[in-house]
Design a protein around this ligand. Structure first.
Ligand code: PLP
Length: 449
């Protein structure tokens, strides 16, 4: 498309005058005015094009503007643009059926929400009503959303300002060998100690008071820490022993991101409740939900579920999900994420790690990878301190600016850059992205010891 700086300037001016942005000091941001997007790329009004290694906020698993999904939304809008949640509606029924067919075990009933945080709120409510208990255990190094319960369950600094309503929330440490909270020397030790820590946390909280344990199957924003073998099964056993509901949050890890339909498939574990959003329809229309096991569905078979949303299972969102899931099946999107993740992303990232002293650790699976950037490879000291802002964060800001200058849009959180392109990404696009990343990492290298 032709550059159109004048329109870009008007879009930006109206944004600056009237749009109040998430998580931001409003006067200190400079949002890029986006003119359009296609596949793995988006572009501005000045004629700059970016390869999106962040998939928006890790949600465009099938890339931007997939023609079949766009057409399905248009068709649904013409047929039945909206309808109240108490009715049986074709798009909603079909979306629920297709999701339930893919979720593990007996997670066969779907409660629809508008996004991930509402999914977490409702999963927690279901667990509390089901067990008659109140406490919920969640991990440090996690993100579960920014509504009341979801933000209190979140284990990152974004929670601090909302830390006044955490009734019943108890946090624990999940395994992460590279920055081990357990002084472990290997994965087996980390796993064993993390499980012992969880179990003693439960003992001291009172097992009869614990309604649920919630974990991201693979923590996403907190750093893509794939759990050690046996950990999630261990948590499953602990939950079974004490009658605690096991909630897996697959809002980011689900729908192809991990190279499987759900990350839980990788670890052969079935939770009692599973939250999803993002990739379910690539974010074309807001949608999330909770997949519910038979046991918990039974609780609400004869007794009303005390929760609901005006737009639960919105027809446009559900039609987008149906089309997205069909596209993923037809085009082998999950297989593409698994294959290119193993054959291209992992070896390329390990090559970058060899060349760049700022890369402390490479970790991930499928199309879900993180580079942990460090000042010092020996001590693992992060390139910038935890929760750094302003001048202290300058090394990460310089790295990000260098990537963007080379046409790569990175996903950056604290001292990490994540490699999370659409699951439809091609090998050529990946190589283009790694060439840009290679150059940008030289900027990070300047800040190593
Ligand atoms: N849970 C996880 C694991 C997430 O990554 C996110 C968002 O990034 C959420 C929940 C919250 O989802 P939403 O922003 O759609 O409310």
């Amino acid at each position: 498309p032709e550059p159109d700086p004048q329109t870009g300037a008007a879009v930006k001016a109206a944004d600056r005058a009237h749009v109040f942005h998430s998580w931001s000091a409003q006067d200190l941001i400079d949002p890029l005015a986006v003119a359009g997007a296609q596949g793995s790329y988006f572009w501005d009004y000045e004629g700059n094009r970016f390869l999106d290694f962040s998939s928006g906020l890790v949600f465009t698993n099938i890339g931007y503007q997939h023609p079949k999904v766009v057409a399905a939304i248009q068709e649904q809008a013409g047929k039945l643009a909206t309808f109240a949640p108490a009715f049986a509606v074709e798009a909603r029924s079909e979306a629920a059926r297709l999701i339930a067919e893919r979720t593990p075990g007996d997670l066969d009933k779907i409660f629809f929400t508008n996004g991930g945080a509402e999914a977490v709120e409702n999963a927690v409510r279901m667990a509390r009503v089901h067990t008659g208990r109140t406490k919920v255990l969640s991990a440090y190094r996690s993100y579960h959303g920014s509504t009341a319960a979801a933000i209190n369950l979140t284990g990152d600094p974004r929670r601090w300002a909302s830390d006044n309503g955490s009734a019943g929330v108890v946090r624990f440490w999940a395994p992460f060998l590279y920055r081990t909270p357990f002084y472990a020397e290997n994965e087996a030790q980390e796993c064993e100690r993390a499980l012992a820590h969880l179990e003693s946390t439960i003992a001291y909280e009172g097992p009869q008071a614990v309604a649920a344990i919630i974990l991201e199957t693979i923590p996403g924003t907190a750093g893509i820490m794939t759990p050690p073998p046996g950990y999630l099964q261990g948590v499953r056993e602990i939950c079974d022993r004490y009658g605690i509901v096991f909630i897996l949050d697959e809002v980011m890890a689900g729908f192809g991101r991990a190279g499987t339909w759900f990350a839980a498939d990788l670890y052969d574990v079935v939770p009692d409740l599973m939250t999803f959003a993002k990739g379910v329809n690539s974010g074309y229309v807001p949608l999330g939900g909770v997949a519910i096991s038979g046991k918990i569905a039974e609780t609400f078979a004869k007794r009303p579920y005390p929760g609901g949303l005006t737009y639960s299972g919105h027809p446009l969102a559900c039609a987008a999900a149906v089309a997205t899931l069909r596209v993923m099946e037809e085009e082998g999107v999950v297989e593409n994420a698994a294959r290119l993740g193993a054959e291209v992303v992992e070896p390329e990232l390990r090559r970058l790690a060899e060349r760049h002293p700022s890369v402390g650790e490479v970790r991930g699976v499928g199309m879900f990878w993180a580079l942990d950037l460090v000042k010092d490879r020996e001590t693992h000291e992060p390139l910038v301190p935890y929760n750094a802002t302003g001048e202290v964060n300058a090394p990460m800001a310089a790295f990000g600016a260098a990537a963007k200058k080379r046409g790569l849009w990175p996903f950056i959180n604290m001292n990490r850059t994540h490699v999370v392109p659409p699951c439809t990404v091609t090998e050529e696009e990946l190589k283009e992205g790694f060439a840009a990343l290679d150059e940008a990492l030289t900027v990070a290298d300047e800040h190593t010891v």
